[in-house]
Design a protein around this ligand. Structure first.
Ligand code: SAM
Length: 477
């Protein structure tokens, strides 16, 4: 190679990498350039050279791509979240569709022909404003700290760091969050309340968690603290409780020196300890028109709940269509959270069993079955990789359909192994990481299952993430 560190190169960006970086060739070498997008002619400084590829820093866009748009957020380059914000929404969707396809081929080992046969068009968000798709998140966790002058700030971590970009109005979150965050900062300043400093483990307020029920309008504010209580707590309650939508103010105690945001203990200092939200079922065969019934869910602070409710309805609808349930079917909903998918399935199945590791989520799930009057569902608390084998080996449980919706790291091997032994007719796999999904699909397809349908849904516009729903069927013997 004829270039070295600090050389300036011109690169035509021909592709996009997994982290949303632009990819082009210089003298036959692949160069990755953050903030460059497909179609750009970019000028960049070489930063790091490996054997077959190099990383470069964008210096300027010489000729902008026709897919470029004006980003709404001035922090989009520094912040780790919205790596695709400078690209047209339709192109973002194409990027995500390709990401799923590439992972199926590269990691899953499926042929390009199979990938093209099973992959259905990605489901994007309705683009109903000129600015595009924003304000879709119902949950945000803002770290609290100090700027260089020692002023209290809150916002987001800059990409790959723990330095906070002061920003109380992230455009992915609810508009109301800004006033809430500024009120909390004001309470801290007025009452001499310190921010947590992760370098030495001192200071009190670590994060501010805000969760909104988009259909109920209910808002929960939870301060994660490095202590057992708040000084002049009533001052905070008085400042927040009158604000529109706020139905609960809580503290979460986290005195651990780790990057884990939430501790295990929660105290409600005002109002309710849950918020509610309603999810409607949509008919995916009729382009996602509202159909069927809706369910209302109680959500407590430690429980997982999908962050983009409009797209969640679509993801669940696809999952339900793929599951093809009858009233005779026994369904296992593994990694079930607060029982959202379980309840939709229970309406169409004979019996549903859910497994979830977080005790509070299981409590929510049982409550949710009760308030929605669903009786053919039972939830087990514990790790899927322990509960499922135990139930299978000791109780000989069966499954006609298994739904799995694991965290980003995918399914545990013991869980996959038991799923295969249970021989369900169909497995519906929902995933927020198409790389670990593809890894697990390979295992399942090596053990008697066949990939039938794959459909992406964009739950996270402007980010590089994509939700994927997959249908696997048991191969004929
Ligand atoms: C992506 S969420 C899906 C939750 C639910 N299906 C939904 O749509 O809201 C994954 C869930 O798996 C749970 N979880 C993580 N590891 C687990 C494990 N080893 N066993 C069981 N549940 C687990 C998490 O607490 C979380 O609720």
């Amino acid at each position: 190679m004829d270039f070295k560190k600090n050389d300036i190169v011109r690169v035509l960006i021909e592709d996009m990498g997994h982290e949303g970086e632009g990819v082009g060739k210089v003298e036959g070498y692949t160069v990755f350039i953050k903030d460059a997008i497909i179609g750009d002619l970019a000028e960049a400084v070489i930063m790091k050279i490996h054997k077959n590829y190099a990383y470069a820093k964008l210096k300027k866009v010489v000729t902008p791509s026709s897919f470029r748009v004006e980003p709404k957020c001035i922090f989009h380059k520094e912040c780790g979240g919205c790596r695709l914000q400078a690209m047209q929404y339709e192109k973002q969707l194409e990027y995500k569709q390709n990401k799923i396809r590439n992972n199926l081929i590269r990691i899953g080992g499926f042929s390009p022909q199979t990938a093209d046969m099973v992959l259905e068009p990605i489901v994007g968000m309705p683009k109903d404003t000129e600015e595009g798709v924003f304000r879709y998140r119902n949950k945000a966790q803002y770290p609290v700290g100090k700027d260089k002058e020692g002023r209290l700030i809150t916002g987001f971590y800059a990409g790959r760091t723990h330095s906070i970009i002061a920003n109380t109005d992230c455009y992915l979150g609810a508009e109301e969050n800004q006033e809430i965050l500024e009120t909390v900062l004001k309470y801290m300043v007025n009452n001499g309340v310190s921010a947590y400093d992760e370098k030495d483990g001192t200071g009190l307020i670590r994060h501010i968690l805000i969760r909104t029920g988009f259909t109920s309008g209910e808002i929960m504010v939870c301060l994660v603290i490095n202590g057992r209580g708040l000084p002049r707590q009533q001052a905070l309650v008085d400042a927040l409780k009158g604000m529109k939508g706020i139905t609960g103010i809580l503290i979460n105690i986290n005195q651990q020196r780790s990057n884990v945001i939430m501790g295990k203990e929660i105290k409600t200092i005002w109002g309710k300890d849950i918020i509610r939200d309603t999810i409607h079922m949509r008919d995916s065969a009729r382009d996602f028109v509202l159909t069927g019934r809706s369910f209302t869910f109680a959500i407590s602070p430690l429980s997982f709940y999908q962050v983009n409710p409009l797209q969640t309805e679509k993801v669940y609808s696809i999952a339900l269509e793929f599951a093809g349930l009858t009233k005779k079917d026994v369904v296992w909903d593994i990694y079930c959270g607060i029982g959202t998918i379980s309840l939709f399935m229970a309406e169409q199945a004979g019996q549903v069993y859910g497994i979830e590791t977080v005790p509070e989520a299981v409590e929510d799930a049982r409550k949710n079955a009760f308030i929605n009057v669903i009786e053919n569902v039972e939830f087990f608390q514990g790790k899927a990789e322990e509960i499922l084998p135990e139930k299978y080996e000791k109780e000989g449980i069966a499954a006609d359909v298994i739904v799995v919706d694991p965290p980003r790291k995918g399914c545990d091997e013991a869980c996959l192994e038991t799923m295969v032994k249970m021989k369900p007719d169909r497995i519906v796999y929902i995933s927020c990481d198409s790389a670990t999904l593809s890894r697990d699909l390979k295992i399942l397809c090596d053990r008697g299952y066949e990939l039938q349908r794959v459909r992406g849904a964009d739950q996270f516009p402007h980010t590089t993430h994509v939700e994927t729903v997959v249908l696997l069927e048991k191969k004929a013997q």
